[in-house]
Design a protein around this ligand. Structure first.
Ligand SMILES: Cc1cc2nc3c(=O)[nH]c(=O)nc-3n(C[C@H](O)[C@H](O)[C@H](O)COP(=O)(O)OP(=O)(O)OC[C@H]3O[C@@H](n4cnc5c(N)ncnc54)[C@H](O)[C@@H]3O)c2cc1C
Length: 422
């Protein structure tokens, strides 16, 4: 049992405290509802900066926000840290690893996870970047491999430790590649003078014919140009077909010795079992109506990455980005508060990606920019979107320090140790 007290108010259970779940809970916290917010973690994670944690550019604590802090003083908000494992819509009940709970209204905002497209080897051997713990694991792996490379005199074997393959040329792949290239250029010669940084090859393989498919052609071309300038080996229309932990094989027969393959090639929704009678489209997303109510399910809504809403302007659903999640949560909160059914309308505020210092691309509603001003805009938008004043200040100071010194002092390998181990 989750031990939620009785309340005279309607109980709204929100599953997931990402951009959508946290935002709707905040909007409803002052209203006459009993809110139960459930997440696997006791913090909200700011996914757009995961790659900077993975590249040892930011401390993990500066991009997360503790859930309890966000709701201090609100007795009608109950936070429970557990995983939701099933839904029984006919009983209006959800099951969690810690017990069951009944709802009057249920909001599913469970986001998305990495899609390996059914390939068990990729799932087992590549590094994804969809959670903070995965970002930390990647950071440890990259740093540990540089240490191992130092002690490997054989050229071929050493290549395996220092070469990195990134699969997927979307924003995550592009940002990671740029960041790794800067690490190679500025950090490696200082931290590892015994290694020849010219030996480090960073590959970015993209299945499509351009990078950043969700952005304009101009942004794609610029991103490619920036990455090539940073010496990243970008290959378009290139598919990775196999990886055995030592060699990466591509469809055209290329074989690269690399122990690290970062998988940034796709996502799928975190669906919860029990809603099989509802329509679930490709990419594991619940089909919702214009108010984000899951079709064929009463009193159950889906928000953000997990929701699929077809509209005239977006016949293939909205982009799986933070703004769509936030805007949907605003619309649904207003509908619940005012007891209305106003349809959701997405306002595209633009999209952006950074490739490195002074290098970013931005597609804004009325114009497109790239280079230094795009980079400044990227910095500003990301700092302002972080939750918590402390996080904003820490990230800004980190970036300023990094900009001035071309260095960071966060490159520590901290591997967790379980109780009783040794
Ligand atoms: C590396 C990376 C970079 C990105 N960069 C950008 C960017 O630059 N700009 C942008 O707009 N978007 C970016 N995105 C996408 C953006 O982060 C997502 O669109 C957004 O997080 C979706 O919000 P959400 O609320 O739907 O889900 P999420 O923010 O993913 O939140 C889902 C929450 O649900 C919880 N959860 C999941 N399953 C369960 C369960 N069964 N039980 C309990 N809790 C559960 C999770 O712990 C999580 O807290 C990026 C994503 C990644 C991974």
């Amino acid at each position: 049992m989750l031990n939620i007290p009785d309340s005279p108010y309607e109980r709204i259970v929100i599953v997931g405290a990402g951009f959508a779940g946290l935002n709707i809970a905040k909007r409803l916290k002052k209203k006459k509802f009993q809110i139960v917010l459930i997440d696997k973690n006791n913090y909200h994670q700011f996914q757009p900066l995961f790659y900077q944690v993975a590249m040892a550019g930011l401390e993990p604590s500066s991009i997360v926000f503790p859930l309890r802090k966000a709701f201090q003083g609100y007795k009608n908000v109950h936070i429970r840290i557990t995983e939701v494992s099933g839904i029984k819509p006919d009983k209006k009940r959800i099951d969690t690893l810690l017990g069951e709970i009944y709802y009057d209204k249920l909001i599913i905002a469970t986001g998305a996870t990495t899609n390996f497209f059914g390939n068990k080897e990729f799932k087992k051997l590549t590094s994804p970047l969809k959670s903070l713990s995965e970002a930390l694991a990647l950071r440890n792996e990259i740093l540990s491999d540089f240490e191992k490379a130092l002690m490997t005199p054989e050229y071929d074997k050493r290549q395996g430790f220092i070469d990195i393959v990134i699969v997927g040329g979307g924003p995550t792949g592009v940002e990671l590649a740029g960041s790794l290239a800067e690490m190679k250029k500025y950090i490696l010669p200082k931290d590892y003078p015994e290694l020849d940084e010219k030996e480090v090859d960073i590959y970015l393989f993209q299945g499509g014919d351009r990078l950043l498919m969700g952005m304009s052609q101009k942004a794609s071309d610029k991103a490619l140009q920036f990455l090539q300038k940073l010496d990243v080996k970008v290959e378009l229309k290139k598919r990775v077909t196999a990886f055995d932990g030592t060699f990466v094989t591509t469809k055209d027969g290329q074989k690269i010795r690399a122990h690290k393959v970062i998988w940034a090639a796709g996502i799928k929704g975190n669906i919860i079992s029990g809603l099989e009678k509802c329509e679930i489209v490709r990419g594991n997303r619940y089909t919702v109506d214009y108010t984000n109510k899951i079709k064929a399910c009463e009193d159950i809504y889906a928000l953000g990455d997990i929701a699929y809403m077809e509209t005239e302007a977006y016949p293939n659903g909205h982009p799986q980005v933070a703004q769509a999640a936030i805007q949907q949560s605003v619309n649904l909160a207003n509908n619940l508060i005012k007891n209305q059914q106003k349809p959701f309308k997405y306002k595209d505020l633009g999209s952006m990606a950074t490739i490195g210092r002074n290098k970013a691309v931005c597609d804004l509603p009325n114009f497109k920019i790239s280079g230094f001003f795009a980079w400044i805009l990227w910095l500003f938008v990301h700092v302002m979107s972080l939750i918590g004043f402390r996080n904003k200040v820490i990230v800004m100071l980190n970036w300023m320090w990094n900009y001035m010194t071309y260095d960071q002092s966060l490159r520590v390998i901290i591997n967790g140790e379980k109780k009783g181990e040794k």
